[in-house]
Design a protein around this ligand. Structure first.
Ligand SMILES: [Cu+2]
Length: 151
C-alpha cells in the first residue's frame, strides 16, 4: 500500500469518527411532533432519516392511538411499513372495511405498491415505521377524507 493511499485511509477513518451522529437514533431521542395535516388528527410523527418532503430516501415513524384510521388512499411511490408496536390492520381497496383488513403485528413488514389504494386501522396504540423515496405524498380515494381540506 502506498503512503498516499494509507494516509487517505487514515484521514477517512479519522473524519468518519468525527462526523456527527445525527442519523443515529435511540428511542428516547426521537423528535416526535404532530403528524402533518394530510393525516387524520391524533397521530404523532418522528423523522428518523432524510426528509419525507423532499426527493430521496427517508425513514419516519408514525405513532397512533387505538382505533386510529387512515381512510382509503394511495401514494405515488412504494410505501414500506414495518410495525414497531401494536397491530396494524391493513386493507387493500377503495372502501374501508375492517373485516377485510389483514392484521400485522409488531415485527411485521409490508411493502404497499405505488398508486395502490389501501387503508389502515390501528388496533391498540400502534407505532409503524415507514420508509421509502420522497417526496411522500398521500391521495385519498374520497377527497372529502383528506383532513387538510377540512375546515
Ligand atoms: Cu398508505
Amino acid at each position: 500500500m502506498s503512503l498516499t493511499v494509507s494516509r487517505a485511509l487514515a484521514t477517512a477513518v479519522a473524519v468518519g469518527c468525527l462526523l456527527p451522529v445525527s442519523a443515529m437514533h435511540l428511542g428516547d431521542e426521537m423528535k416526535w411532533g404532530d403528524a402533518p395535516p394530510t393525516l387524520p388528527k391524533g397521530a404523532k410523527l418522528a423523522v428518523l432519516a432524510g426528509d419525507p418532503g423532499k426527493a430521496g430516501p427517508f425513514v419516519m415513524r408514525l405513532s397512533a392511538p387505538a382505533g386510529y384510521k387512515v381512510p382509503p388512499h394511495m401514494h405515488s411511490q412504494v410505501e414500506n411499513v414495518t410495525v414497531i408496536k401494536g397491530t396494524l390492520l391493513l386493507g387493500m381497496g377503495d372502501k374501508l372495511d375492517a373485516k377485510a383488513a389483514k392484521a400485522h403485528a409488531s415485527g411485521a413488514f409490508v411493502a404497499i405498491p405505488a398508486k395502490t389504494n389501501h387503508y389502515a386501522i390501528m388496533k391498540g396504540e400502534t407505532v409503524v415505521q415507514i420508509h421509502g423515496e420522497g417526496p411522500f405524498d398521500i391521495t385519498y380515494v374520497n377527497p372529502d377524507d383528506d383532513p387538510s381540506k377540512k375546515k
